[in-house]
Ligand binder design. Structure first.
Ligand SMILES: *[C@@H]1O[C@H](CO)[C@@H](O)[C@H](O)[C@H]1NC(C)=O
Ligand SMILES: *[C@@H]1O[C@H](CO)[C@@H](O)[C@H](O)[C@H]1NC(C)=O
Length: 595
């Protein structure tokens, strides 16, 4: 009898184990926006309070040399999800184009020929969700229908902001603007008045054919309205032709979507962080115990401008509204991690936390307070191409029982590595097996699974650092050295490592803002000079050897890799197109978890 029970128990255990093994691990990606590497306790900030992210680091691997593939949101996020440099598919700015996707209605978007981790995991039978900021373009058809947003990129559920958060989403902005100091407005009002008066006097002569006059007057006013609207709410006449008025931005780009529907317009910032987290908590609860594993891509709105914090968390940090935002985001990470623990998923969920690029050094809010992140001792920040502060980001992988805890890895790694790494960690088939018949593609990221799990060093590796579409630097990790060679370098004001002040003050990557170092590249060895204070002298053998190798590498790269023109180049695809704008007609749809 005892023996039989014993055998039964053993059989049960194997069954349960076998069952566990057949289910692939869940994947949770927690993406912070504009967060600097110096903004977290676990990366050495002693005055900020980020206990949840610090805990994540202590339970997993903290990458200290983790690189973003771009210094701005759109291209960096594209690289993260596809594992490919965004210049390969034109999702980067060129000289004179916008630097990122600027409107929900822009046609520029992540092409459907690009394969995201969402698509891949969906093909591997995962339930997938994208929550929060998307910013990879929507490319909607007429009336905002049939968009190429997250739903077309493998995310079965989408709850979030199709574009990005911007300062204009805060406060109330007027629609009716008539500024008589503006020559354009003076001209419009003047011409309109004269036209109406002429019409009236003409009417008297024509013995008052009132109907015709009225109709003509209405048509005329309509033409004037359109002219007024375009000249007031668009910025075609400026160098930044893609911009629109604050009202347009808030009303057209500040929208919250649930799958394909707009459910809030304009977006309410109050409680947004909590709302997004609530959706993710519900998603985890709904899919924690199903047959399929899940993939949650939670992209925080924080800590991009505008700064907004729930009253319960406002004023708590020692670093003003920016610090409050960091700490509120940390609380969001904590809530999601607590949900994993509550549903007993810690050992069956790969968690990856990162920021899309460096902190925004120049950023000030409308009141003139500095509201940008802190990149530690690295020089430069958001928008500054190959500068170290622009692309050195926090990166933490945690998978209890599989990835060791409290380990720091100093080897260079990239957010480009996410896709191949997740496939490898989860023991899933390769992309081509999951999605057969795809055209051939190069993946720029590599799997760092064995580095994460067993600390096995990687083979030599080269990273290319773009500033928008232009290559500014290359990095070569080889035999314990990490060389970084600049062929172009941003020019900062004397004695400074930032571009100036002001929310839109991004350095240009082209022309006169850049020193061309072709012929005399600048070389650093970051393994002994992490903050780039002391370039390797050009007379040395080391210099000649490394520079020759990297220049040759770049030559071969440029010969073999074709960069299409920037998708942001076409004005018609980048201006705010009202006919492609997704609208909320009734906004009646309330979702049960919404507070
Ligand atoms: C910590 O982060 C805050 C917010 O970015 C920053 O102001 C502060 O200088 C940082 N402190 C340290 C010690 O790194
Ligand atoms: C997904 O499900 C299908 C049908 O049940 C199955 O044939 C396939 O092997 C599954 N894929 C993976 C990666 O588990």
């Amino acid at each position: 009898m005892m023996k039989r029970i014993f055998i039964l128990v053993i059989m049960l255990i194997t069954l349960v184990r076998g069952d566990k093994k057949s289910k692939h691990p869940n994947v949770v990606v927690l993406l912070a926006d504009d967060l600097g590497i110096g903004d977290l306790g676990c990366y050495g900030n002693s005055t900020i309070n980020t206990p949840n992210i610090d805990k994540l680091a202590s339970e997993g691997v903290r990458l200290t040399h983790h690189l973003s593939a771009a210094s701005l949101c759109t291209p960096s996020r594209a690289a993260l999800l596809t594992g490919r440099y965004p210049a390969r598919y034109g999702l980067v700015g060129e000289d004179g184009t916008p630097p990122v996707i600027v409107h929900v209605s822009s046609r520029a978007s992540l092409p459907l020929t690009e394969i995201t981790l969402g698509r891949v995991l969906e093909a591997a039978n995962y339930t997938t969700a994208a929550v929060g900021k998307w910013h990879l373009g929507m490319n909607c058809a007429l009336l905002g229908r049939d968009c190429n947003g997250p739903k077309k990129h493998g995310f079965q559920h989408f709850y979030g902001i199709p574009s990005t958060l911007i300062e204009e989403f805060r406060g109330n902005h007027p629609f009716w603007i008539m500024d008589f100091n503006q020559p354009l407005h003076q001209a419009f009002t003047g011409t309109w008045l004269i036209s109406v008066l002429t019409l009236f006097s003409l009417g008297r002569k024509m013995e008052f054919q009132w109907m015709a006059i009225l109709l003509f007057g209405i048509c005329l006013s309509f033409v004037f309205f359109i002219s007024w609207f375009v000249s007031t709410h668009y910025r075609f006449h400026t160098r930044t032709w893609w911009k629109v008025s604050p009202w347009m931005d808030q009303f057209m780009n500040g929208i919250l979507m649930y799958n394909d529907e707009v459910i809030e317009q304009p977006l309410q910032l109050d409680g947004l962080m909590q709302n997004l987290v609530s959706f993710s908590l519900k998603f985890i609860a709904d899919h924690a115990h199903g047959d399929r594993p899940f993939f949650l891509y939670h992209s925080f709105g924080h800590v991009h401008t505008p700064m907004f914090t729930h009253p319960s968390m406002a004023g708590k940090s020692r670093h003003g509204s920016y610090g409050d935002n960091v700490e509120e985001m940390d609380a969001g990470v904590g809530a999601i991690m607590a949900a994993l623990t509550e549903h007993n998923l810690d050992e069956n969920t790969i968690v990856y936390f990162l920021s899309d690029h460096g902190g925004h050094l120049e950023c000030v809010d409308n009141e003139g307070h500095r509201v940008g992140g802190h990149n530690g001792l690295f020089k430069g920040g958001k928008g500054q191409g190959a500068s170290e502060g622009a692309i050195r980001v926090p990166g933490i992988y945690r998978w209890k029982g599989h990835i060791p805890s409290s380990v720091s890895i100093h080897e260079p790694t990239s957010l480009l590595d996410m896709l191949p790494t997740i496939l490898d960690l989860a023991e899933l088939p390769q992309i081509d097996d999951l999605l057969p018949n795809l055209p051939e593609r190069e993946i720029d990221g590599v799997s760092i699974a064995s580095l994460l799990m067993r600390g096995e060093p990687q083979t030599a590796r080269v990273f290319i650092h773009h500033c928008r579409q232009s290559i500014h630097a290359v990095r070569w990790a080889k035999d314990g050295h990490i060389y970084k060679m600049f062929i172009k370098k941003l020019m900062y004001p004397e004695g400074s490592h930032q571009c100036g002040w002001g929310i839109m003050n991004l350095c240009s990557c082209f022309g006169e803002s850049v020193t061309d170092l072709t012929g005399k590249p600048l070389l650093f060895d970051l393994s002994r000079d992490p903050y780039e204070d002391d370039p390797i002298s050009s007379g040395t053998e080391k210099y000649s050897e490394v520079v020759a190798y990297l220049l040759d590498y770049l030559d071969r790269w440029q010969e073999s890799v074709h960069y299409p023109p920037s998708q942001f180049r076409k004005k018609s695809d980048t201006v705010l197109a009202l006919w492609r704008q997704p609208f909320c007609l009734a906004c009646t749809q309330k979702i049960e978890f919404q507070k």
